[in-house]
Write a protein that binds this ligand. Structure first.
Ligand code: NAD
Length: 477
């Protein structure tokens, strides 16, 4: 139990797991084997910075090796600790199983405030942390493949990949040791936006099912829905941008570290982000909205969809009763505590759970890993062949039209779109969309077909746990 009287993040994940496992036919031994975290490695290392040795503490947890490599991001924050890393590693196991990426679950973290160090210093810190993990095979293309998380991004992943290559000069698959790299360093198009894009695809899928929307008391489409987003970082920014630019939602508030911006007419997300980029990551002073200092209170404002996309534990026993959103999509990992989840369910709020909602990142990481192992860009072999076949069809239709005097004309924009073969970004988005739809349908099937399954979270756990159990059973466990 934490000081607030609520379970810790890891305990919260375990309690949610237990709600589902109670409804399943698992032997007690197997249930425990799936739930517990296999191992957590703690490392303390020194780096000479600004004339003195600074000591840093880092973690890499492996929750489940039922499939290898294991996969999970590396987080940089001062708040990182073992309990949090283990909770996040467990969520990775369930997430990978739910979206059918062939990985076990892992997670890493380093206690560091990335804003306190300059770029060169961060590179030294990252390379040293990576060195410690690489020499224990805790970063390895076949065993453990990290990715970005809070406080890390493409830059850190490129340093890690380079560090691995320096220590494994003959490993032809070295680039596959980490995902989320920049495209010029072995990354894949669409990875940076992937988690936010996945949130958008998840909501689109939810809104395709009228009876699911009905459970949240929502009607119509995404167009015009009022949305509140917490955290305008990688995940929150991309989700808010795509949903507002492509689906017509109105982002009526964004919540950040220094408070919140409110505008009932809808915020221009790109403009807000540019303001943050040029004002030390702060919202205050932004001219086209009202700034309120108490950001957390804005979670309680009326809206149609709440998107917590910052960090864990932000909806808790202290505020759950006052949350008005009928639909919450957990873009962050663990934003709702176990106790808050109970309160919200009682109030009739529908929660699209984290292990599904933010799985876009690991899905596109999987595509990147496959690309690295196959050493070829997606679409390179097929794109022009696809275009040539489409051109054949268009030319034949035009010939028929003129020979027979039918007077058909194909619209220019149709022709352009039809004649453009799929490049890597188009293929990544298609694979992600397919993954998000398929996984939602698997959860939904359990949610609707079983009387004892009240919510999407339990349904998600049931799908994941049964897949992990199946793998263990086929290994003879
Ligand atoms: P990020 O560091 O890019 O962004 C986090 C944002 O939240 C920052 O803008 C930060 O200022 C803001 N923030 C921090 N504390 C806050 C607070 N108390 N109130 C309001 N805003 C606050 O991180 P990210 O990669 O976008 O990750 C966000 C969440 O999504 C985390 O829970 C992470 O585990 C999860 N996630 C990320 C990915 C990914 O691909 N990056 C994938 C899956 C899940």
């Amino acid at each position: 139990m934490s000081i607030s009287g609520e379970p810790s993040f890891r305990e919260s994940v375990d309690l949610m797991f237990n709600r589902a496992s109670k409804l399943m036919d698992l032997s007690p031994g197997l249930e425990q084997k799936i739930r517990v975290c296999n191992s957590t490695y703690t490392v303390r290392f020194g780096v000479r910075l600004r004339g003195k040795i600074e000591t840093f503490t880092g973690y890499r947890s492996v929750h489940s090796e039922h499939m290898e490599p294991v996969k999970g991001g590396i987080r940089y924050a001062l708040s990182v600790h073992q309990d949090e890393v283990e909770a996040l590693a467990a969520l990775m196991t369930y997430k990978c199983a739910l979206v059918e990426t062939p990985f076990g679950g892992s997670k890493g973290g380093l206690c560091v405030d990335p804003r306190a160090w300059d770029e060169h210093e961060l590179e030294l810190i990252t390379r040293r942390f990576a060195y410690e993990l690489i020499k224990r095979d805790l970063i390895h293309p076949a065993q453990n493949v990290p990715a970005p998380d809070m406080g890390t991004g493409e830059r850190e992943m490129a340093w890690i990949a380079d560090q691995y290559a320096r220590m494994n000069t003959t490993d032809i698959n070295a680039k596959a040791c980490v995902t989320g790299k920049p495209p010029h360093a072995g990354g894949i198009q669409g990875r940076v936006e992937a988690t936010g894009r996945g949130v958008q695809y998840a909501l689109r899928e939810f809104f395709r099912h009228k009876d699911d929307m009905g459970k949240a008391g929502l009607t119509g489409s995404l167009d015009g829905k009022r949305v509140i987003v917490q955290g305008l970082g990688n995940v929150g920014y991309h989700a808010a941008k795509f949903l507002s630019q492509e689906d017509g939602v109105k982002v009526i508030a964004v919540i950040e570290r220094d408070g919140a911006l409110l505008n009932p007419k809808g915020l221009d997300i790109e403009d807000v982000r540019q303001w943050m980029n040029s004002h030390d990551g702060l919202l205050a002073g932004y001219p086209h909205a009202t700034h309120v200092a108490n950001g957390a209170a804005v979670l309680e404002e009326a809206c149609d969809i709440l998107i917590p996309a910052a960090m864990e534990g932000v909806i808790h026993l202290g505020n759950a009763e006052r949350i008005k959103a009928p639909l919450i999509i957990e873009a962050a990992n663990g934003p709702i505590t176990y106790g808050a989840d109970e309160i919200l369910r009682r109030k009739g709020c529908v929660i699209i759970p984290d292990m599904y909602a933010n799985a876009g990142g690991v899905t596109v990481s999987y595509f990147e890993w496959v690309k690295n192992l196959s050493h070829i860009r997606f679409g390179r072999m097929q794109r022009r062949a696809e275009e040539a076949r489409s051109r054949l069809l268009v030319e034949e239709l035009e010939r028929l039209s003129s020979d027979k005097g039918l007077g058909w004309t194909l619209a220019d924009d149709f022709k352009e779109r039809f004649l453009t073969g799929s490049d890597e970004l188009a293929l990544v988005r298609s694979g992600l969309d397919d993954t998000m739809r398929t996984a939602y349908q698997a959860m939904r099937e359990v949610w609707h077909s079983r009387q004892d399954v009240e919510d999407l979270r339990v349904a998600a756990y049931i799908v994941s746990i049964s897949r992990v159990a199946q793998t263990y059973r086929s290994k003879g466990l």
